[in-house]
Design a protein around this ligand. Structure first.
Ligand code: SAM
Ligand code: SF4
Length: 333
């Protein structure tokens, strides 16, 4: 069983994917390139944004590449760039090119709010980014402005179109399901999969960061999607998402259910914060400082973080039983 400690597990020093203390293979690293973002999504960031850090407090692109390289040496095969908003980080395309030169990296992906994507999609494609996830919580301009506090729906829609024009395939649209905010749009959002071969994924709102004190009514079980659109048919799963499809359509609808169906047993991720902390679990305050480490000391610290990954989170709609001090935008969702 994945969550039973395996006394045989040891920290290997080979190139193959490493197992944590519970026997899970860890091959996926999410890197937060910056805490900053042009949006202020109400569930993610306070209105005033995050405390602005000095440039020197944030990992340089060279430091990120060095840590990524050490992680690849420890068996990481997939890297997702995120944030904050990764596209506000200058030089992101240079980092992408650099990461793509690593032969053992199988996939480089990026999560974005799409606001700057229209100007960046082609260069990201050329720099080797394999796939994009674009966040889109509503199809209504007034609601988009409300939830992001300052975003413009048309920018994100243009970004989605630009990704297609630049030749990105398999783009995923991520929608955080929020009771009383966008649950009445479920059928409209699902309808997007009729027109385009997209993968639309409904993600359960998690009670972390700003959403920590939101009312229970905002936290909907993603199964609500199946009640509102009963004609959705199950078509398997894709990593953390349960997949469904409307009959005869190209696109799919995914449900990502960290609260109602914890996927900790199969979790293969670790995270790197913009200030150089390795976070083995999104919902734990365990952090391993990597900044300033090089060579063997760096790979050993990464291995230590992988090995000590906690077995599971303890969150539910009522809140978190641990104490996660960082905002979602600071961890890199
Ligand atoms: N700025 C980029 C974006 O919005 O796609 C990347 C960073 S953002 C933190 C990554 C994802 O985390 C977004 O899809 C966002 O909706 C999601 N997210 C942020 N706070 C969340 C929360 N409390 N519960 C669930 N998802 C959350
Ligand atoms: Fe920015 Fe993404 Fe957080 Fe929204 S969810 S405030 S776009 S980091």
């Amino acid at each position: 069983m994945a969550n039973t400690p395996d006394p045989q597990t040891s920290i290997p020093n080979t190139l193959k994917a490493m197992k944590d203390q519970f026997g899970r293979e860890i091959d996926y690293l999410r890197i937060s390139l910056t805490d900053r973002c042009g949006f202020r999504c109400r569930y993610c960031m306070p209105q005033e944004g995050v405390l602005k850090r000095e440039h020197a407090e944030i990992l340089s692109l060279e430091e990120i590449a060095e840590i990524a390289s050490a992680a690849i040496e420890c068996g990481i095969r997939k890297i997702r760039l995120t944030g904050g908003e990764p596209l506000v980080r200058k030089g992101i395309e240079t980092l992408c090119r650099n990461l793509k030169q690593q032969p053992d990296l199988h996939e480089l992906t990026l999560t974005t709010n799409g606001a700057l994507l229209a100007e960046k999609a082609a260069v990201l494609k050329e720099a080797g980014v394999d796939r994009l996830n674009i966040s889109l919580d509503t199809l209504r301009q007034d609601r988009f402005r409300y939830i992001t506090r300052c975003g413009d729906l048309s920018d994100t829609l243009r970004g989605i179109q630009s990704a297609e024009d630049a030749g990105f395939c398999g783009t995923k649209i991520n929608t955080v399901l929020i009771g009383g905010f966008n649950d009445d749009e479920i059928p409209d959002l699902v309808n997007l999969t009729r027109e385009k071969d997209i993968s639309l994924r409904f993600i359960e709102l998690m009670p972390i960061g700003e959403a920590r004190i939101w009312p229970k009514s905002a936290f909907l079980d993603a199964a609500t999607v199946l009640q509102r659109v009963p004609e959705l048919e199950p078509v398997g799963s894709d990593g953390v998402a349960e997949l469904y499809r409307l009959s005869g359509t190209a696109g799919t609808v995914g449900l990502i259910r960290p609260l109602s169906h914890s996927f900790c047993r199969n979790c293969s991720r670790i995270r790197l914060t913009a200030d150089g902390m390795l976070k083995p679990c999104l919902h734990s305050d365990m952090e391993i400082p990597l900044r300033g480490l090089h060579g063997n000391a760096l790979t050993e610290a990464v291995k230590d973080g992988i090995f000590r990954k906690p077995s599971q989170h303890h969150i539910n709609r009522d809140g978190i039983s641990g104490t996660v001090n960082r905002l979602m935008s600071q961890i890199g969702g």
